[in-house]
Design a binder for this molecule. Structure first.
Ligand code: IPM
Ligand code: MN
Length: 366
C-alpha cells in the first residue's frame, strides 16, 4: 500500500521523489481501441486531484492487449505479471481488437488477471448522474443509485467443463458453475459491509428456484452473513431483478450476485444510467494480497477509436474507485463531483473537451 515518503527524499536509485506525503504505485495499462484515449484523461485527472490532496502517483506503464499480442504473440507473460503484482493498483483502459479471435484475450488476459490477482469482487456502481438521460426517463436521480457486487473468480467463469466427441453429432459441450463456500462467503461479506456503510440493505440476486445447488449455497451464506453483519437481506430471482431494475430500481441498494448474473445485470444497470460510456468498475482484491484492477466497462470500441470522440467518464469514475481503494476518499469524491459538474453543464462532444472541463473543475491547468 502507500509508502510514506518524506519531503525531498532521495530514492535508492538516486532519483528525487515527490514532495507529496504519500505515494501510490499505479500501473497504467492502456490496452486497445479507445483505452489509451480515455485513460490518458483519467490519469491527468488523478494527477490533478493528487496535487490537491497531497499525494503522488508513481505511474508505471504496461503494454498488453490485442495490438501487443498481434505484434509479439504475448498475452500475459509471467515476468509482466510479476511486475504488475508490485503495484498498488492497475488502471486498465480496454482490451480487444477485432483481429484477435474471441477468448484469447478475455481468458488469457482479463480473466487471468482476475484469477491470478484474486480479484474476487467486481464492483459496478449504477448511478444516474445529472444531465444524463437514463434509458427509463421516469426515474429521479436518487432512484437509480445502486451498486452491483459481482463475484469475480468463480461460477461459470472458472473454466470448468469441456468438449467431447467434437465434430460429431454427439458433440457435447459443458460449462460448469463452480461455487465454493469460501469464495461465495468472502464476496457476500464484502457486499454486506458495503451495504452496512450505505443504506443497510442487501439484495441477493440468483435463480434459487432452478439452480438448487448453487442457489442453496448462496442463500444460506447470504442469510448467515447478513445476520452477522446486521444488514437487511432481500432476495430477487435474476429475471425478476431485471424487471425491477427497470420498473422499480429504488428497491435496490447493494446487490450481490454470481459472476455471470453480475456480468449481465451490470450492463442493464449501465444502460439505465446513461449507457456503457459512464459505467465504472473495480476488480477488487479486498484482502489486498495484490493490486486491484480498475477499468471502464465500455471495452475498446474500435469503431470510434482514434477519433477523439470517446467519452472518458467511465475511465475517470473507475479511477475514482481506484483512489477510494487506495484510501484517498476525498480525492475520489472530487473526481466524482467533477464528472457530475461536467455532465450537468451538458456533455462535451470530444474527449479533449471532456479533459479541459474536468481539469477546469479540478482547478488544474490543462
Ligand atoms: C466485463 C466483460 C468481460 C466479462 C469479458 C470481456 C471477459 O464483459 O468485464 O463485463 O465477461 O467479465
Ligand atoms: Mn460484461
Amino acid at each position: 500500500m502507500a509508502s510514506e515518503v518524506s519531503a525531498g527524499e532521495v530514492s535508492p536509485e538516486g532519483k528525487h521523489v515527490s514532495h507529496a506525503s504519500r505515494t501510490h504505485v499505479v500501473t497504467h495499462l492502456p490496452g486497445d481501441g479507445v483505452g489509451p484515449e480515455v485513460t490518458e484523461v483519467a490519469r491527468a485527472c488523478v494527477d490533478a486531484v493528487a496535487a490537491r490532496h497531497d499525494f503522488h502517483i508513481d505511474w508505471r506503464s504496461c503494454h498488453l492487449g490485442g495490438k501487443h499480442y498481434l505484434q509479439t504473440g504475448e498475452v500475459l507473460p509471467e515476468g509482466v505479471l510479476e511486475e504488475l503484482r508490485k503495484s498498488d493498483a492497475i488502471l486498465l483502459g480496454a482490451i480487444g481488437t477485432p483481429e484477435v479471435p474471441p477468448g484469447v484475450l478475455e481468458r488469457g488476459l482479463l480473466l487471468r488477471l482476475r484469477f491470478e490477482l484474486d480479484l474476487y469482487v467486481n464492483l459496478r456502481p449504477s448511478k444516474l448522474r445529472p444531465g444524463v438521460s437514463g434509458a427509463v426517463g421516469k426515474h429521479a436521480l436518487a432512484d437509480l443509485d445502486f451498486v452491483i457486487v459481482r463475484e469475480n473468480t468463480e461460477g461459470l467463469y472458472a473454466g470448468a467443463g469441456g468438449t467431447v466427441h467434437r465434430g460429431t453429432e454427439f458433440e457435447t459441450a459443458t460449462e460448469e458453475s463452480l461455487n465454493t463456500w469460501a469464495g461465495v462467503r468472502r464476496c457476500v461479506r464484502y457486499a454486506a459491509r458495503l451495504a452496512a456503510a450505505r443504506s443497510g440493505r442487501l439484495t441477493l440476486v440468483h435463480k434459487t428456484n432452478v439452480l438448487l445447488n448453487a442457489g442453496g449455497l448462496w442463500s444460506r451464506i447470504a442469510r448467515e452473513v447478513a445476520a452477522e453483519d446486521g444488514v437487511e437481506l432481500s432476495y430477487a430471482h435474476v429475471d425478476a431483478a431485471c424487471l425491477w431494475m427497470v420498473d422499480d430500481p429504488k428497491r435496490f441498494d447493494v446487490i450481490v450476485t454470481d459472476n455471470l448474473f453480475g456480468d449481465i445485470i451490470s450492463d442493464l444497470g449501465a444502460a439505465l444510467t446513461g449507457g456503457l460510456g459512464y459505467a465504472a468498475s473495480g476488480n477488487l482484491n479486498p484482502d489486498r494480497t495484490g493490486p486491484s484492477v480498475f477499468e471502464p466497462v465500455h471495452g475498446s470500441a474500435p469503431d470510434i477509436a482514434g477519433k477523439g470522440m470517446a467519452n472518458p467518464a467511465g475511465a475517470v469514475l473507475s479511477a475514482g474507485l481506484m483512489l477510494s481503494h487506495l484510501g484517498e476518499d476525498a480525492a475520489a469524491a472530487d473526481l466524482d463531483a467533477a464528472v457530475n459538474s461536467v455532465l450537468a453543464a451538458g456533455e462535451p462532444a470530444t474527449t479533449a473537451a471532456w479533459q479541459e472541463q474536468l481539469l477546469g473543475h479540478l482547478g488544474a491547468a490543462r
